[in-house]
Design a protein around this ligand. Sequence first.
Ligand code: F6P
Length: 367
Amino acid sequence: PRKIAVLTSGGDAAGMNASVRAVVRYGISKGCHVYGVYEGYQGLVDGGDRIRRMDWKSVRGWLSVGGTSIGTARCMPFKTREGRLRAAENLVHHGIDSLIVCGGDGSLTGADVFRSEWPGLLDELKKANRITEEDATTYGHLTIVGLVGSIDNDMAGTDITIGAVTSLHRICESVDSIGTTALSHSRAFVIEVMGRHCGWLALMAGIATGADFVFIPERPPMEDDWESTMCAVAHRHRMLGKRKTVIIVAEGAIDKSLKPIRPEYIKDILTDRLGLDTRVTTLGHTQRGGSPAAFDRILATIQGVASVDAVLRSTPETPSPLIGMTSNKVTCGPLMKAVELTHEVAKAIGEKNFARAMELRDPQFAE
Ligand code: F6P
């Protein structure tokens, strides 16, 4: 039987458990042996009981549980050659031939590097007598499949990442809560949301809550004096009778010269220029926690199934696939192409080509 390991890596995201559950149960139904790797790549490096055979019951009740029950880590040892050697040795010793990784672009890039190094790693292990000649032949190829789990929705090659919708819900609930207290005191709130270098959460939360102004990295304000534009908008809304002002700032927001736009600075502008009683709220990790929305449970389940199918279809010649979703259809495209496109967004921003950044990120919002 195929022996498939599944791990979650990078920042946790709601729905990761549903994807592991789907991999385990669908894998078993297809006659595979499925292993859970605990603590992300660290578990691969450590081996031992961090790599555990999963059965049908191992994942019972996981659909509705937030975070990732097999744990995750931002693992430094896996970034070293010795770390990857130990990971390869542990996989071979468990007889594992395929690895499904649910994580963000950094985690998925790491997975593909691991695959490309695989023959060299096995050679080195064989020379050092850490694996046998026979092992090196039997496990000559490692299949890697990527599932995108990240609240940031920052990956090319998919319209939506596992966990992003849940996080957006959580943000909307928080912004709505802030709204009632803001209304009561007629206050302004500057709310910082996560997303790393991606503005998706901020932009969508702005649309979903009717924010007055949104700052995102992909489309910085283009005016030299954007502060006046923002104040004019907030003032106009006040003149229309609005008793609250809500500004949403992505944590990666920048101005057109790529300088970070900090919530405290916006607060000072609103206070000094409009005389608004202003508070800053950083939503922080509340955005990543809690039970997954139905959408993420479903997305993670159908993509988990697709990832096992991708393992069963793969050959040493096929490039590592990434399971995505485009126009409501599950897709299976080359992982590295998606990673490259993702990096192109950062490059476009670095070159101040914001139109290109927006187009790559979400053509729907490009000018
Ligand atoms: O990538 C997910 C994310 O939550 C980002 O939005 C945020 O910048 C980062 O992870 C926070 O990381 P940590 O939980 O390690 O502080």
